[in-house]
Design a protein around this ligand. Structure first.
Ligand code: FES
Length: 578
């Protein structure tokens, strides 16, 4: 091929190929690890950024998968080098993995910069790992390909399928309402997560790995394969093979990612009924790629994108069903008219070419546009005096009667206050109340945890109430559901209007007209603002202080200000080798 790189043009040549004292050190230390010169000389060095960890249940199979990636790299004539990175295990890391997304992005970028990588394979899937790895890779802009962890198998409870997150919230509410026993609850605990892989509802993990695929960063079809399926291992090997060619072709992410790629990602997220978290992540990823993507773009594309994936939490099925029904390629083939099909993908073909033989095998799981679950509005961006810079809601996953609602606020000043009082018999609250949580945003919590699906008070659950309007500056798990207004910006901790809400204030939500308003006068709002006292910072040392100093608000993607590129650039800042 005319434009193929020569071995001496490889980035790693400066570590291994030159004849000086430093390269002697690199070669002798590689020999120390048992490699002969013929294992690596003149070959692309492929960094495998692996987010495996003993405490990340979504990535347990990565210990094996990385061997399959390496097999592909060896077969294609590359030299694989595994580099572990912080794992961001969603169920275990407190207060939230979101506090550390940018840390993994920084680690990814700096691993690639500081070591002799010619290209990279990124292994992730559990919620924040996908955006973090890709943000870091975009900033470094070496040839990059992503191995999505794949969803776990369906959960099982007495022959019923269980979905990650969604069924946890559902059965927890039933337990609190007294409708199921502790033994039932134990059965749910034992059966809800029964294989490796990420959450198998259309939560943040499935949403973001699907987005990565449609942006062109995985092999076609990769994101839908269940983690436990042997085809997942095959995909890992093929990915390893492909990255070696990408290095020779010098095919880098910023060569093919552009505004159209992100429009495709947003359309896909909407058609999937995907997670609200995707707004924060895609905005941040786009910025790293030098693309402007505003939250208003989500809203405008939502108005003309049908929700056609019948997947929980918006629908009925799980990711395993989705894969058997044709997976993401099947879904994309049903919305081809909404996509920009000329965009290039890591396999060197366009999105349109990659969809040529895509089919749907179960039309209840993957609907046609005519039989959409919802004809539009998979997500909606709200604005108003309560959220001047925006807020988000997922109309597909809420009770329809709440889409236009006005009710009195019941305010909780932070998460501890919520947990202490929400089930109190004396709490003055009814089904039309609007539950408000403050101090749960990027700085306030800190880390903007997934607290946004605020619990329904026990006494209302017992009355049969299952959804209420709930408002916060937090995020919500992609597996959650309900009339939850999220990402209220600016957040309360920095003096956003959410901080000024008081018990009994009327709040009005109108999804159709995209508004969220606090029904008090401008004068009253100004008086309350003047009396507002800024809370003390939550960190005084360590990574937390760096985070608080540089974290941006939700509408800006919550990236650190100093990590954004000034313009779309070629990689820079390679180290001197001495
Ligand atoms: Fe890892 Fe849900 S806990 S994806």
């Amino acid at each position: 091929m005319a434009n193929r790189k020569k071995p001496e043009e490889l980035r790693s040549h400066r570590w291994y190929g030159v004849k000086d004292l430093r390269s002697f050190g690199h070669r002798s230390r590689t020999a120390q690890m048992g490699y002969h010169k013929s294992d690596y000389a003149g070959k692309p060095v492929i960094a495998i950024i692996n987010t495996w960890s003993d405490i990340n249940p979504c990535h347990t199979h990565f210990k094996q998968r990385v061997e399959e990636v390496k097999r592909g790299i060896w077969q294609a004539g590359g030299f694989p080098v595994e580099m572990p990175a912080i794992s961001l295990s969603e169920p275990f890391q407190k207060p939230t993995t979101m506090l550390y997304r940018n840390l993994l992005a920084m680690e990814t970028e700096e691993l690639l910069r500081s070591y002799p990588a010619d290209g990279c394979v990124l292994m992730g899937g559990c919620d924040k790992t996908t955006p973090a790895l890709l943000m870091g890779a975009f900033s470094m802009n070496l040839p990059s390909i992503f191995v999505p962890a794949g969803p776990m198998l369906r959960g099982d409870f007495r022959g019923e399928f269980l979905g990650s997150g969604s069924d946890t919230w559902k059965y927890w509410a039933e337990l609190r309402a007294g409708n199921i026993t502790e033994a039932d609850w134990q059965g749910v605990e034992d059966g809800i997560a029964r294989s490796p892989g990420h959450c198998m509802t259309m939560g943040t993990a499935s949403t973001m790995t699907s987005a990565a695929e449609v942006i062109g960063l995985t092999l076609p079809g990769a994101s839908s394969i269940p983690a436990a399926d042997s085809r997942h291992a095959q995909m890992a090997t093929l990915t390893g093979k492909r990255i070696v060619d990408m290095v020779w072709e010098d095919l880098k992410p910023l060569d093919f990612i552009n505004a159209n790629s992100f429009d495709n990602a947003v359309r896909t997220v909407l058609a999937l009924g995907g997670s609200t978290n995707s707004l924060v992540h895609l905005v941040a990823m786009a910025k790293r790629a030098g693309v402007h993507l505003s939250i208003d773009r989500f809203d405008s594309l939502a108005r003309t994108t049908p929700v056609i994936a019948n997947l929980r939490p918006s629908g009925k099925y799980l990711m395993e069903d989705f894969y058997y029904a044709g997976g993401l390629r099947g879904l994309l083939s049903n919305i081809k008219d909404l996509l920009k099909l000329d965009e290039l993908c890591v396999n060197g073909k366009t999105l349109g070419e990659n969809l040529e033989d895509a089919k749907v095998f179960n039309t209840d799981v993957i609907r046609t546009q005519n039989r959409a679950l919802q004809k539009n509005d998979g997500l909606a961006v709200l604005r108003g005096n309560l959220a001047p810079d925006g807020a988000i809601i997922k109309p597909a996953a809420m009770e329809a009667h709440l889409r236009k609602h006005t009710g009195p606020a019941v305010v909780f000043k932070d998460y501890n206050d919520l947990n202490t009082r929400i089930d109190s018999e004396s709490l003055d609250i009814h089904k039309d109340s609007v539950i408000v949580l403050q101090s749960a945003g990027p700085q306030g919590a800190p880390g903007m945890p997934e607290w946004g699906q605020l619990p329904i008070p026990q006494k209302l659950l017992k009355q049969g109430v299952r959804d209420m309007v709930r408002i916060s500056d937090a995020r919500m798990s992609g597996t959650s559901y309900g009339a939850c207004v999220l990402h209220v910006t600016p957040e309360s901790h920095v003096g956003g209007p959410l901080a000024l809400v008081q018990d009994g204030d009327l709040i009005s939500l109108d999804v159709e007209n995209r508004t969220i308003n606090l029904l008090i006068s401008d004068n009253e709002m100004m008086n309350r603002k003047a009396a507002w006292v800024a809370p003390v910072a939550k960190f005084t040392r360590g990574y937390g202080t760096l985070y608080l100093k540089h974290i941006q608000q939700a509408d800006k993607g919550c990236d650190f200000d100093f990590l954004e590129p000034e313009e779309k650039l070629e990689p820079k800042g390679d180290p001197e080798i001495h």
